[in-house]
Design a protein around this ligand. Structure first.
Ligand code: NAP
Length: 463
């Protein structure tokens, strides 16, 4: 494995970086630890000034950052710009909110005065952040903004196909006027997790990625008695109820399954439609998918990007082949995708038995699994049959009806009348094999702080 920028649209290897040695990793941890020693005692308001500068800089350099994202992992340039804008929003969310969220609070406790028992949110130290390529900036800011606001620092191990994005992130934070080492990038091999999590200066790990990566890194964290949070895969249900507005549901389904070329943990991967609407929905959905325009992701007219790499294409093709061999109906849709570049032909799959390997697989690309269900109860049954529990959607013109169905879904997030969203001010995370822990808002901010109790007891009290 090596850290390399390969343009997914052209296949050209643009730049290669050497993998970090043990000594370099040790130096990276030392640097993040040194930064922590200053940062922990920097008043929250001053930390937030640094985050605000990062936001300003990102806003100013948005177009250039977006071009790096598209160059490295192939998403549409408009989506890359939106990703950078979302990062600015996340940073500013904490600039606005973190001081209040981190403020000490007094607890009412029997036998104590009103201000005797305090809960203080203290930072803990260096965190290890392992991040994926599908949102090269968003993922780093999603963990970085709250954790830096809280006073922690990060050693970042980014995905090996987005090294230039990783370096840009490191530089953005380094040049914002805080201590050097708030985010320290390492081009670490997988087995470096043993060294990093075995280091006493590193207090915990936050990983976003596949189940395999999560399980492997969480075991190492557990062995070292350190906390982990895992944001893993998903196969979000997109439920269309009988009273849904069909046209809009179809349009959102096409978007929900194909933005970022289907490579989103919370993509609408399983479209579940009640029997009465099924035929019409599928017909319109097929037509909507067929209208996608594959091409150069830097061209604003393109609506279907390449996948992130040729190996991602090969892996997805293998999963679709297995589904076909298992008897699932597989249909390729739309104009043929270009032969050059990591393109994948949009594909619809129907007739998938609930509980089968195909139904439990995450298809990371423009492959739609469509399920026909009898009614609402059946829709909930199929939705909850997945091993994943990240997000989900319910489409209905009756919001209360949709809310009732939403409560029955075993996931971390449900959006009504839209695909699962990503926003600066709404938390993100899942249950079951989608992982544990939450990122964003005050929930994410508190994941790695020490909520320390300081209680003033009465020395004359009784035992
Ligand atoms: P991946 O292979 O697990 O890679 C994610 C990160 O983990 C990369 O930095 C990768 O490094 C690292 N990694 C992989 N195996 C590792 C190991 N054994 N030890 C240490 N680090 C390891 O994930 P992917 O397939 O590229 O990304 C897509 C997956 O992430 C999907 O399942 C998607 O649903 C999930 N995801 C989840 C969320 C969420 O918030 N829930 C968000 C985005 C993506 P290398 O690049 O060096 O291999």
């Amino acid at each position: 494995m090596s850290y390399q920028t390969t343009n997914p649209y052209t296949g050209e290897v643009v730049k290669t970086f050497p993998t970090a040695t043990e000594a370099e990793i040790d130096a990276a941890v030392a640097k993040a630890d040194a930064a922590f020693r200053t940062w922990r005692s920097t008043p929250v308001a001053e930390r937030l000034v640094v985050l605000d500068r990062v936001a300003d800089r990102l806003e100013a350099d948005g177009r250039e950052c977006a071009r790096t994202i598209t160059l490295e992992m192939g998403k549409l340039i408009g989506e890359a710009e939106a990703e950078v804008a979302l990062c600015v929003d996340m940073l500013r969310y904490y600039v606005r909110s973190a001081a209040e969220q981190l403020a000490p609070r007094f607890l009412p406790a029997a036998g104590y005065g009103d201000t005797d028992v305090q809960l203080i949110a203290e930072p803990q130290g260096v965190l290890y952040a392992v991040e994926p390529w599908n949102f090269p900036f968003y993922q780093v800011v999603r963990i970085g903004a709250p954790q830096l606001a809280a006073g922690n620092t990060l050693v970042l191990k980014h995905a090996s196909n987005v090294p230039q994005s990783a370096l840009l992130m490191e530089r953005l934070f380094a040049e914002a006027g805080g201590p050097e080492g708030l985010i320290v990038n390492v081009f670490a091999a997988h087995d470096a997790s043993e060294q990093i999590l075995g280091d006493d200066r590193v207090r915990a790990v936050a990983l976003t990625g596949s189940e395999a990566a999560g399980a492997s890194v969480a075991v190492i964290a557990a062995k070292n008695l350190k906390k982990s949070t895992l944001e893993l895969g998903g196969a979000d249900a997109f439920i269309v109820l009988e009273d849904a507005e069909l046209d809009k549901a179809v349009a959102w389904a096409v978007f929900g399954r194909h933005w970022n070329c289907g490579q989103v943990c919370c993509s609408s991967k399983r479209i579940i439609v009640v029997d009465s609407l099924y035929e019409e929905f599928v017909e319109r959905y097929r037509a909507g998918v067929a209208r996608l325009v594959p091409g150069d992701p830097m061209n604003p007219d393109t609506t279907l990007a390449p996948l992130s790499s040729q190996s991602a294409v090969d892996e997805l093709a293998g999963k679709v082949r297995a589904a076909r061999e298992a008897g699932v109906a597989v249909e390729e849709v739309g104009v043929p995708v270009p032969a050059q570049g990591a393109f994948f032909q949009p594909t619809l799959m129907t007739g998938i038995p609930v509980g089968s390997p195909t139904a439990s697989t995450e298809f990371f690309g423009p492959v739609s699994s469509i399920f026909r269900v009898e009614d609402e109860d059946d829709a909930v049954r199929v939705a909850n049959s997945s091993p994943f529990g990240l997000g989900g959607s319910v489409f209905s013109t009756d919001v209360r009806h949709a809310q009732r169905v939403a409560r029955r879904l075993d996931t971390g997030m449900v959006y009504i009348n839209q695909p699962t969203g990503v926003a600066a001010d709404i938390p993100f995370g899942g249950v079951k094999r989608s992982g544990y822990g939450r990122e964003l808002v005050d929930l994410g901010l508190k994941e790695f702080v020490n909520e320390k109790v300081i209680a003033v007891a009465d020395i004359n009290g009784r035992f």
